[in-house]
Design a protein around this ligand. Structure first.
Ligand SMILES: C[S@@+](CC[C@H](N)C(=O)[O-])C[C@H]1O[C@@H](n2cnc3c(N)ncnc32)[C@H](O)[C@@H]1O
Length: 273
């Protein structure tokens, strides 16, 4: 993933023209309506064409998820809106959005949770244009004003959360998102293989929280969405190479292949939430 190194800081974009072109291309796109969807090869290739510096090619799901999150934020709220990412790890998405002109706060404990990074001090130096808070995202966080963010988003975080943490994150979203603001998330979903039943229940819990926040019934039940992605030739899957990265040094039989996709959900906070 090529990045321009300028002293200690990491920047992805070289010019105001690049920023303007990205905002013009992806701003206010009807394709990213309020809905639940899944990552596609078409969307990934578009990201490779137009957002190459944040679109990896190593077969990982994040290669599709990170640029999707950027495009989803751009489609809903134009810069210089205030946005918050929780569980950002290395601030690739947050840093990129800050370069596009957003005022970005990133909340992450940087304690290795979910195999996330722990390099808080390095990220503070390299991404000084992002306000990084080293803590878990939760209701009542000091220093954040209620209803003060136009969008709150996450990338590959929600699938890792146990029920109390998931509830706490959505309570915090309801507290810190402005009415009409957008709750935007993509998360890993095991379609087939070890863990698939757990991930189906987790996806149901996540989408129920989104529905509560938005006050609107989903336009498509999860079961139907899953059947659709199962037969769609465009569905973006974690590759065998990506699985190999995830497996690390575990023996194959301890971590055999599973079919994994990315689910994506966007809801607008209703004034009543
Ligand atoms: C799998 S990593 C994903 C990192 C990053 N989003 C990316 O795309 O590379 C999950 C991250 O979520 C963070 N995390 C887990 N629970 C969290 C919570 N309740 N609030 C904020 N961050 C959390 C972890 O510290 C970790 O950095």
């Amino acid at each position: 993933m090529p990045r321009k190194i300028n002293r200690m800081s990491l920047r992805f974009l070289d010019s105001a023209d690049q920023v303007a072109a990205i905002v013009a291309r992806f701003g206010h796109r009807p394709a990213h309506k309020l809905t639940t969807s899944y990552a596609t090869v078409r969307d990934y290739c578009e990201s490779l064409d137009h957002l190459p510096k944040i679109t990896g090619i190593n077969g990982d799901l994040k290669n599709a998820q990170r640029p999707w999150a950027v495009k989803a934020v751009l489609a809903q709220v134009p810069p210089p809106a205030r946005v918050l990412e929780f569980g950002g790890g290395e601030p690739i998405v947050s840093g990129f959005l800050a370069e596009l002109g957003y005022e970005v706060t990133l909340v992450d404990p940087y304690d290795g949770f979910g195999k996330g990074p722990i390099d808080y001090h390095r990220f503070r130096e390299q991404f000084s244009h992002v306000k990084i808070r080293r803590e878990y995202f939760r209701p009542g966080m000091a220093g954040l004003a209620p209803a003060s963010f136009a969008a709150i988003f996450s990338v590959s975080v929600l699938e890792h959360l146990a029920p109390p943490a998931l509830t706490a994150c959505f309570e915090a979203i309801a507290e810190f998102l402005s009415p009409g603001g957008f709750s935007i998330h993509c998360f890993d979903f095991i379609l087939q293989g070890t863990g698939d039943a757990h991930h189906f229940a987790q996806a149901q819990a996540i989408l129920a929280e989104q529905q509560k926040l938005g006050g609107q019934a989903p336009d498509e039940p999860l079961e139907q969405l899953v059947e659709r992605l199962r037969t769609d030739v465009e569905t973006f899957f974690l590759s065998p190479q990506g699985h190999h990265l995830w497996r690390g040094d575990r023996p194959y039989l301890e971590f055999p292949f599973r079919k994994v996709v990315s689910l994506q959900t966007i809801a607008a906070r209703s004034p009543a939430a």
